[in-house]
Ligand binder design. Structure first.
Ligand SMILES: Cc1cc2nc3c(=O)[nH]c(=O)nc-3n(C[C@H](O)[C@H](O)[C@H](O)COP(=O)(O)OP(=O)(O)OC[C@H]3O[C@@H](n4cnc5c(N)ncnc54)[C@H](O)[C@@H]3O)c2cc1C
Length: 379
């Protein structure tokens, strides 16, 4: 009866990995709206209309003694140690694990939120592309249907140009996938700096070669300053587009800052070497929601690659299996570039590049193996 109540917010890679390990004694409640994991690292495939298997949360948690409440947290009462949910309930905790992840950041670019699709709306983009292709040929770019408007059937849309904003890993994977799956569309990737500019020379060149081979137009040094119904305004001029997908960057979920948890200027929670909030030690923050700095490795980037080990580590902390500080070294960076190509970039433990890469089928298979291992590692 007097068992301590652990409440975990979010069933992403971090939250789910923590829950699967911490729920040994039936005192863990996981709060997240979805019945199947979001599986964000495959959202570019969903965007391109490819079938993606998303494991059920219940399956990952089977036999782990975790109660899953399918709801959203709307407020945190840090003083009263309770979470308010969108179904009207309140859940009390002794220990809170905050793992609400991140979401698309619009950077205050005028028109972006109204006229561009965030990657979170992957399924809508896929439907929009399908509707346009059902409606006719690629010859005539058609009317732009603004995100959020419902009518799809009978649309006069024709395939035209899709612009992917963002030259990071998400933008690259999206552009490659869209170009391969929808060859009748013109795909452009648009970024303020360089596309894949952080990779080794071999890695960077491979990304560009594959994108060009798929017919993707590459627009570098073209920071987007506005989005409208006809396309993008950039620092290098206009780029017409019928459909814009925004993959420029992510920002942490705002609930932590709103509740009064100590956060960085970017909104990530400030945590100690055990991933505990520095302002509220009964709250752990993991995944994209936290700014985690590891001695010798540096401040971790947002990513499944960093979120998953944090969840695994915290599961051990919460069940008393470790009291060591969180340790982490990088091993590789990996991209899918459509269904036939990939890039496996070898890196140092601090995320800096090695010159070596795997490309072609080897790169593709390496990425496929990582995707599989992510799902297996959740348990
Ligand atoms: C297309 C794409 C490809 C990517 N590829 C890679 C890759 O190859 N490698 C890599 O390392 N990273 C990749 N990433 C980044 C990676 O997906 C994220 O960094 C990772 O998902 C963060 O995990 P997380 O557990 O912190 O949060 P998330 O995965 O964002 O999960 C957040 C959880 O919180 C839940 N939630 C949100 N709001 C509420 C609320 N109010 N109440 C309750 N629950 C809530 C969500 O439903 C979800 O369950 C990619 C991202 C995208 C978009």
């Amino acid at each position: 009866m007097n068992e301590k109540q652990i409440v975990i917010l979010g069933a992403g890679y971090a939250g789910l990995a923590a829950a699967a390990r911490a729920g040994k004694r039936g005192r863990v409640t996981l709060i997240a709206p979805e019945s199947r994991i979001l599986h964000r690292i495959r959202q570019h495939e969903t965007t391109a209309g490819l079938p993606v298997t998303r494991p059920a949360v219940a399956e990952v948690l089977r036999g782990r003694g975790v109660r899953h409440v399918r709801a959203r947290a709307t407020e945190l009462d840090l003083g009263g140690r309770k979470v308010l949910l969108d179904n009207g309930d309140t859940v009390a905790y002794d220990t809170l694990v905050y793992a609400l992840g991140s979401r698309t950041s619009w950077h205050g670019v005028p028109g972006a939120e109204e006229h561009a699709y965030p990657v979170e709306r992957a399924a809508e983009v896929a439907e929009r592309l399908r509707a346009a292709e059902r409606a006719g040929s690629a010859e005539r770019p058609g009317t732009v249907e603004r995100p959020g408007t419902a009518e799809r059937a009978g649309s006069t849309e024709r395939p035209g140009t899709v612009a992917v904003v963002g030259g990071g890993a998400t933008g690259i994977e999206l552009a490659a996938e869209l170009a391969e799956a929808h060859p009748r569309w013109t795909v452009r990737i648009v970024t303020g700096d360089r596309v894949g500019g952080w990779f080794s020379t071999k890695g960077h060149d491979h990304v560009h070669r594959v994108l060009r081979g798929l017919g993707v137009g590459i627009h570098e040094q073209s920071a987007v300053t506005a989005v409208d119904a006809e396309g993008l305004t950039t620092t290098a001029g206009r780029i017409p587009a019928d459909l814009v997908v925004w993959a420029a960057s992510m920002e942490p979920h705002p609930l932590a800052a709103r509740a009064g948890l100590a956060v960085t200027p970017a909104g990530q929670a400030v945590v100690d070497d055990h991933l505990r909030s520095v302002s509220h030690p009964e709250v752990y923050v993991i995944g994209d929601a936290a700014e985690v700095t590891v001695p010798g490795t540096g401040t971790l980037r947002m990513g499944c690659a960093t979120a998953l080990p944090q969840g695994q580590y915290l599961g051990k902390v919460l069940t008393g299996r470790t009291d060591k500080p969180f340790a982490f070294r990088y091993t590789a960076q990996c991209l899918s570039l459509g269904r036939r190509e990939g890039l496996f970039q070898f890196i140092h433990g601090d995320d800096s590049m090695r010159p070596t890469v795997l490309t072609g089928l080897a790169g593709r298979l390496a990425k496929a193996a990582i995707l599989k291992s992510v799902v297996l590692s959740l348990r």
